[in-house]
Design a protein around this ligand. Structure first.
Ligand code: ADP
Ligand code: MG
Length: 729
């Protein structure tokens, strides 16, 4: 029987691209057709109910119970026209993916008949079996139940035969158990804070929306190869495998032509995305071998985040139809480009102004500078919280791994804006500004170009870069829920804006003119936050040294990065803005550590099994072939001749034996460390034990396994090799 690996390779080579049919030539014919949009609501809802929903969307409040039945019944009628038979509350538990519990519309009634029913109670509230979702101890200490409730700001949608209703997930005691609830609160906080500050510039501004434009990177792997790699199947990444001769060192341009099969896959998921109202624009891009990217138009953050999670789900399903598996892991293959999820972030007003875009005159530019500088100050003050927001076992492999953003948080702003900030720093004089100072400043602020030439993706190494009219947070992991980083970012900026408002008002109260007060305060912030600004190469060793001198943190692993979540200052910050309580922060900290431990535990077990059941037996098989060969030589030639002639074989035998031995010893030691770690009760200590005592064995075992891969006959190597995973098409 041929080796599973070869069968898999044959399968891949025999595959043809699947044909994809467009529902119509015009995207507008099918865009958002599977979404219960406001337009659809108007058509399906009685007037009173429609107004009530719109009001809760605009005010961000829950739907009145009295209206819920009407809305539910209309929603059901609409869903039935789309072929739906079931409904589910769709929510974002802290496991990282989304969860659903499907119920049928079908309800038996007397006389052996049945009707399709969905009432208001089921719309506004449901009780999923909460015990299976992480709660960080909240539900152990309290009542062991949680409920989901509709978030009307996210529209309902139909996928397949299911009506999905986006919901928040809350414990009966009121604590949030998901990502959506605190995200909504953080967005409310930034709206309030930013709108207040906007009053200095434009009284017509009554609402500020934080926008999010995510760029999702991912790898594709053929399902046959996936199935032949137990490590990728279990952990999402290759735990062993020698790097291919060709890989990262090649220029990006090399990876230009996307295989037909992948194009088909992209077309199909895009059609599905468009039907769900996700504004994907065709931008096909191959980043590394078998790594691709998808970047829709930006949207309001809550919706954008729902859309990201939804699309990840859709992509996973569509990939299967095309005989692919999709890998969202941040580092599926060591030594190769990792996957991120760049979070482009900005603030937009109800008057249609992007607060982070330079404008046409000194006034709009002073507004721009206000939001720009306050953001930088917020990052400076809360860099560790931002770092914690992207911490995960899988992202640890990526951050700081040479071609990814480093674990040190810094801000890139480009030379033109650096000059501008220097100019303010030099020219603003506390107390008495000369008319010359003022004119000079006004002139130079007015001259900020609308297109900043050095801000268009020039510095790829910065984790937080200003890219002309938005900031791009690049350190977010490809598998992460964006909510975590967006909660952190919006909270810290909101808090900074609140402080700013207070301090500027205090200056004005002392008789300083408004513009001067703003500039004086901005100058102070520029000075205070200077250390976070870095324009150089973020990957270099020198930056790590320089950052240390500047007092910036370099938190390389998740357990240490997470510690800030339960610090006093963090609790005060999130409490002040009413986004997360002390109990919620502690629960989240606990859950993230548990997730970390679980991931490392699975990786360690998978690696142990892999070397034990696949690598070592193969190595022994090859050893036996060599031994057989040496024996044969001895039987044909004289002893002296045989010794000389079989030097290569005996040398090989020795090397192979050494590597087998090392693997055996090291996986035994890893197992011991795991056992020790598992006995630790305190979550933090346990996570550190996994990080410091178990994890280091991964690379050591991989090293010896990869050596064996190079020594052993290709004919009997059981696992698809990295070059096959990456280049077979
Ligand atoms: P590129 O980086 O390829 O030059 P863009 O600058 O247009 O492309 O945008 C990159 C990403 O930033 C896109 O995903 C886009 O949706 C997002 N983006 C653009 N403007 C904003 C904004 N105001 N707020 C949030 N995201 C934005
Ligand atoms: Mg980008």
């Amino acid at each position: 029987m041929p080796l599973f690996r070869f069968k898999a390779l044959e399968d891949v080579l025999a595959r043809e691209p699947k044909e994809v049919k467009f529902p119509s030539d015009k995207v507008s014919d099918y865009y958002a057709t599977n979404v219960f949009t406001q337009e659809t609501m108007r058509a399906f809802l009685p007037d009173e109910a429609y107004k009530s929903v719109i009001s809760s969307i605009n005010k961000g409040t829950r739907l009145e119970r009295s209206m819920a039945s009407q809305v539910a019944s209309s929603m059901k009628d609409w869903a039935l026209t789309k072929g739906a038979t079931h409904y589910t509350h769709w929510f974002q538990p802290l496991t990282g993916s989304t969860a659903e519990k499907h119920d049928s519309f079908f309800t038996p009634i007397s006389g052996g008949r049945a009707i399709e029913k969905f009432d208001g109670e089921n719309l506004v509230q449901q009780e999923p079996d909460a015990s299976s979702f992480p709660n960080g101890g909240i539900r152990n200490t309290f009542e062991a139940r949680g409920y989901t409730a509709w978030d009307p700001t996210s529209p309902a949608f139909v996928i397949g035969k299911t009506l999905c209703i986006p919901t928040v997930f809350i414990a009966y005691t009121g604590e949030s158990l998901d990502y959506k609830m605190p995200l909504l609160k953080a967005l409310h906080a930034i709206d309030k804070a930013a709108t207040e500050v906007c009053q200095y510039f434009d009284k017509d501004i009554t609402k500020v929306n934080a926008s999010l434009g995510w760029e999702q990177e991912y790898f594709l792997i053929d399902k046959a190869l996936y199935n032949a790699r137990p490590d990728i199947m279990m952990t999402g990444r290759a735990l062993v495998g020698h790097n291919p001769a060709k890989g990262q060192q090649l220029d990006d341009h090399y990876f230009g032509s996307i295989p037909e099969r992948v194009v088909s896959f992209m077309k199909e998921y895009e059609i599905e995305a468009l039907k769900l109202g996700i504004p994907v624009t065709t931008r096909h891009n191959e980043v590394a071998p078998n790594q691709f990217e998808c970047a829709p138009m930006f949207e309001e953050t809550n919706l954008a985040n729902d859309h990201n999670l939804l699309l990840m789900d859709v992509m996973e399903k569509v990939a299967r139809k095309h005989d692919f598996r999709i890998l969202f892991h941040e580092k599926p293959y060591g030594g190769l480009n990792g996957s991120g999820k760049h979070n482009n972030w900005s603030l937009g007003t109800n008057t249609g102004v992007n607060l982070l875009a330079p404008g046409k005159n000194p006034k709009t530019n002073l507004c721009f500078l206000t939001f720009f500088i306050n953001t930088i100050k917020a990052i400076y003050d809360n860099a560790d919280i931002l770092r914690a927001s992207i911490a995960s076992a899988s992202n640890d492999h990526r951050l700081g791994a040479n071609e990814a953003p480093p674990a040190i948080i810094s801000v890139f702003i480009g030379s033109q804006l650096t000059q501008m900030l220097d100019n303010i720093e030099d020219n603003v004089k506390a107390g008495k500004m000369t008319p010359e100072n003022k004119t000079e400043l006004k002139l130079s602020i007015g001259k900020i170009p609308q297109i900043l030439l050095d801000n268009t993706d020039r510095n790829r190494t910065s984790p937080f870069a200003f890219t002309g009219n938005k900031f791009e947070f690049r350190a977010v992991g490809s598998a992460a829920n964006c909510a975590n980083s967006m909660i952190a970012l919006n909270v810290m900026v909101a808090d900074q804006l609140n402080k700013f408002k207070k301090d500027v008002d205090a200056r004005i109260a002392k008789g300083v003119k408004k513009d001067e007060a703003l500039l004086q305060e901005l100058q102070k912030l520029i000075k205070e936050s200077k250390a976070i600004r870095f324009e150089g190469n973020g990957y270099g060793e020198e930056w790590a040294k320089e950052a240390k001198k500047r007092g910036l943190s370099n938190l390389k692993d998740t357990p240490r990065a997470l510690e800030v979540m339960i610090k006093k200052e963090t609790k005060e910050l999130f409490g002040r803005l009413n986004v997360l309580s002390e109990i919620e922060l502690e629960a989240r900290y606990e859950i993230e550590l548990e997730n970390y431990i679980m991931k490392l535990q699975i990786e360690s077990r998978s690696l142990g099994d892999l070397v034990q059941n696949h690598i070592i037996p193969t190595a022994i098989k090859y050893q036996n072939t060599l031994i057989e060969n040496v024996r044969g030589m001895n039987s044909i030639f004289s002893k002296k001749e045989a010794n000389d002639l079989s030097l290569t074989q005996t040398q090989l035998l020795k090397e192979i034996s050494t590597h087998i031995h090392e693997i055996k010893v090291k996986s035994g030691q890893m197992l011991d460390e795991r056992k020790k770690a598992n006995k630790i009760d305190e979550t933090k200590k346990k996570a550190l034990a996994y990080c410091d005592n178990v994890k280091p064995y991964f690379d050591q075992i991989k090293y010896h396994s990869d050596k064996l891969e190079l020594l052993i006959d290709d004919e009997i190597w059981p696992l698809p090799k990295l070059r096959e995973l990456l280049f077979t098409r």
